[in-house]
Design a protein around this ligand. Structure first.
Ligand code: NAP
Length: 289
């Protein structure tokens, strides 16, 4: 396993990239690597004090420039404001990483309609708000750009107990593939990443609260036997954000150590059969042939 940066120095030099939910977790990890590769970074979320602290630490760590802007992705006027202040600070915007999300586990029948709406609004509406606002700007200015959306593998399999998130991420995936085609003529490229389990404070405390993390150790569900390293995701995100991936459009790249396929494969549970039983089965087969 390699956990160092993969791209060439300067691979994102002078690119201005907005990362929603960039103050914490995976957004922070991907944003930090964009900075290391020479980008100017804008991080947004609801908690300005978290963003400002992160921005300071990122600048100290990388020597890059970070602008922290408070924005609830559900509010279109706040999204437009992020674009305005970004242009004032850095000029042209080159990339958008739609990473902000909300999620929690619950039997669906226990959810209020408002709880359902909240997740859909942050994940789906938040992503379409940013994509639409920036897309309109890029098209009006006759300028291309790159959008990268963070989805999940249950965007296509569906999943119980996280149904609002599954509905919303499926919508984001549909938007990714639709606009990849529709907006290619404007030189706007759009891809998605579906991460498997990557430990983060935010997502894991909501999805595996209390001692659930011990009961359902996510690493045990992954064929390669471990969870992801943040830099592994950051390497993929930087590639998809950079011009090195200029011919990749409308793609969703899974980075999960084979987790979702293990759940989907009809006979994958045979993993539990011990070697001696395989020997016995082979011997029985031998006799019959
Ligand atoms: P996280 O640290 O909780 O990140 C979520 C971010 O979204 C936070 O910075 C949060 O900041 C922001 N956010 C939430 N509501 C918002 C709103 N209304 N407006 C603006 N920003 C908002 O969790 P994470 O694990 O890094 O997740 C990052 C992305 O990866 C998400 O899209 C998630 O679905 C995806 N993902 C994660 C995993 C994993 O294993 N970690 C697996 C699959 C997919 P504020 O609270 O300050 O607003």
């Amino acid at each position: 396993m390699r956990t160092d940066g993969m791209l060439k120095e300067g691979a994102l030099k002078d690119q201005t990239i907005i990362v929603t939910g960039g103050g914490t977790g995976l957004g922070r990890a991907m944003g930090t690597y964009f900075l290391e590769l020479g980008a100017n970074l804008v991080i947004t979320s609801r908690k300005i004090e978290v963003l400002e602290q992160t921005a300071k630490e990122m600048e100290a760590e990388t020597g890059g420039k970070v602008l922290a802007v408070q924005c609830d992705v559900r509010e279109y006027d706040q999204v437009e404001n992020v674009l305005k202040v970004t242009e004032e600070r850095f000029g042209q915007i080159h990339g958008l990483l739609n990473n902000a999300a909300g999620n929690f586990i619950s039997p669906t029948e226990r959810l209020s309609n408002r709880a359902f709406d909240t997740v859909i609004d942050i994940v789906l509406k938040g992503t379409t708000n940013f994509t639409l606002a920036l897309g309109k700007k890029w098209i009006a200015n006759k300028q291309g750009g790159t959008v990268l959306n963070i989805v999940t593998t249950y965007a296509w399999t569906g999943s119980g107990y996280v149904v609002p998130s599954a509905c919303a991420k499926a919508g984001v995936l549909a938007m990714t593939r639709s606009l990849a085609v529709e907006w290619a003529k404007y030189k706007i490229r759009m891809n998605a990443i579906a991460p498997g389990p990557f430990p983060t404070e935010g997502a894991w405390s909501r999805l595996l609260p209390g001692d659930l993390v011990k009961k359902f150790d996510p690493a045990k569900l992954v064929p390669v036997g471990r969870v992801g390293e943040h830099q592994e995701l950051a390497n993929l995100a930087a590639y998809l954000m950079s011009d090195f991936s200029a011919y990749v459009n409308g793609e969703v790249v899974t980075i999960d150590g084979g987790e979702w396929l293990q759940g989907a494969g009809e006979f994958s549970h045979l993993e539990k059969i011990p070697q001696e039983m395989w020997d016995m089965l082979e011997a029985q087969r031998g006799k019959k042939q």
